[in-house]
Design a protein around this ligand. Sequence first.
Ligand SMILES: *Cc1c(COP(=O)(O)O)cnc(C)c1O
Length: 390
Amino acid sequence: MTVEIEKRRVYAIVDFDALDQNVQAMEEKLPQDVGMMAVIKTNAYGHGAKAIAKHLEDNDRISGYAVATAEEALELRKAGIGKMILILGYVFEKDYEDLILQDIRFGIYRKDVAQALDAAAEKCHKKALIHIKIDTGMHRIGYPVCQESVEEIKEIAGLKHLCLEGIFTHFARADEADKSYAKKAYSLFKDMIGALQKEDITFPICHCCNSAAILELPGYHENMVRAGITLYGLWPSEEMDHAFPLHPILSLYSHIVHIKTLPAGSAISYGGTYVTERESRIATIPVGYGDGYPRSLSSKGYVLVRGKPAPIVGRVCMDQMMVDVTDIPDAEYLDRVTLIGQDGNAVISMETLGEMSGRFNYELACNLGDRIPRFYQKDGACVDEMNYFA
Ligand SMILES: *Cc1c(COP(=O)(O)O)cnc(C)c1O
């Protein structure tokens, strides 16, 4: 059951019970003592990082959080989040001291950065905690697997104000049916760890698995994994085995704010790209691309009204769009509209929306706009709220 929310323009419900089920399902894939880091970059893929982290603070299966930027990390600490936080991407010097003082972990793949960080840590009278990033085929950031990298990491290990807490890599192709690329990447990663071990450089924490690898590359879990998209009940790719029990945690709703009957031959929305072929009942929904709803769904996508699909007709505007409810005769002014989620037996998933709009499910989730309030539900009650305007 979803909680009752007072009628409003648009809102998302994020279901903490479904989130817990996803964590539990992944946990069952992992050997005991393997930590799980929740990847909550880009505002937890649009779901609201502070609320998600606050909820996961009480979940013993979650050992910490991964974010992309310094700002994201600091926002979490400010909200009282105490578990380990790792920044996956590059950090600019202006933020070093704040981050060191708050025990936020840095992903490191350059000696110059390590040296600057060491100097900042000395100033803070504290060690900076770092995780060395290895490039095993993504070619984005990270040390390549070679002897020169070993030499450089040795120098970094000699810096007095750094603590080498972890080593990690990221798979470029773990979500494909063909796992040979991921296998090659993993063996490179292990080679690097072995080469460093020979130099007496070891790391308490070692991690490489994203969601796809958690599900489909058992044996690669090392002692920590980084769960992203699957936390939210979404699929890393179409090529994954969809037998795994994932529960989408976000639903998106709106309400019909106008409804009218138009004669055949009526053009709808900007450009008149859609013209009614019959007398039609057209409903207006106050959501548009300004909320992150894809404009490419113009005359292509659909929403759910009274458990039935209502096709989008004409162009999606910035703040509104029109749908055809001719075949849903009981549809009325102020009826609830489901943009993502389930209504009766009908479902629109983030993946369906992605297929229809020619976009990526991750991207759609991340782009859900600030104008959309998120309500967090647990055991049938609303327990938290994220509202940009509040
Ligand atoms: C985003 C990201 C993840 C999580 O990926 P999912 O596919 O969402 O599980 C893990 N590690 C790194 C380095 C990332 O950038």
